[in-house]
Design a protein around this ligand. Sequence first.
Ligand code: NAD
Ligand code: ZN
Length: 236
Amino acid sequence: MRAGLAFTGAGISTECGIPDFRSPGGLWTRNRPIDFDEFVASRTARNEAWRRRFAMEQAFGGAQPGRGHKALADMVADGRLLGVVTQNIDGLHQASGVPDSKLVELHGNSTYATCLDCGTRYELPWVRTRFDAAGGAAPDCPDCDGPIKTATISFGQAMPVDEMARARKLSLACDVFLAIGSSLVVYPAAGFPIEAKRAGAELVIINREATELDDFADLVIHADIGDVLEGISTAH
Ligand code: NAD
Ligand code: ZN
């Protein structure tokens, strides 16, 4: 059996009610992202970042895995996929049953927080209680006074070393690289389909709009992700 690898972006979670970045009306067009240096340097930026995070929780906190997540979890479970490398930060691949050993979160996870200085983990309700009690001011770490940030990788923040290494290893090991729901413009993440293909994998892109790498791919499917993956996962 040929080994597949799924590489996912925001498009797999839109049917779960979480908007992507670059579709019309997506998050990108509404809020300029706060980059890492700004977050660290400015208390106002930290307050705004946390205000946005809690607004997201209100809107999307109850999101459940969609057809695409479930299909990929099935394909990981039966061995058709080596794993899932995701750019998403919504935790929906875990929620659909993909084990941590088969999942690489390149951009981290927004469902919990860490202190940027000492690494202590904080849960969102802990941050929320203090944020609300302080009238919308982001709390600092009680252990070391460091800034507390969702466990995501912001623009300008170093990529996580272990996750990058795991993603590279999987990309070089797979026979078929499935790029799903990503506009493939965010680097270094978008480098993985290129590395996989150069190492001999077939590159298949599933996305309803054109992506940066359509011309480079072996097969491009411009269609709805849930429809396509549901069909692939049930075909034996
Ligand atoms: P993107 O917004 O740049 O691209 C998403 C692509 O998915 C678009 O090209 C769109 O046409 C396509 N798409 C959307 N819904 C689809 C559907 N139902 N069927 C087929 N195609 C569909 O997303 P990206 O490339 O992942 O880059 C955005 C960055 O922002 C990522 O780094 C990610 O970390 C982050 N992000 C994450 C989430 C999330 O965790 N759910 C949401 C928004 C942004
Ligand atoms: Zn700390």
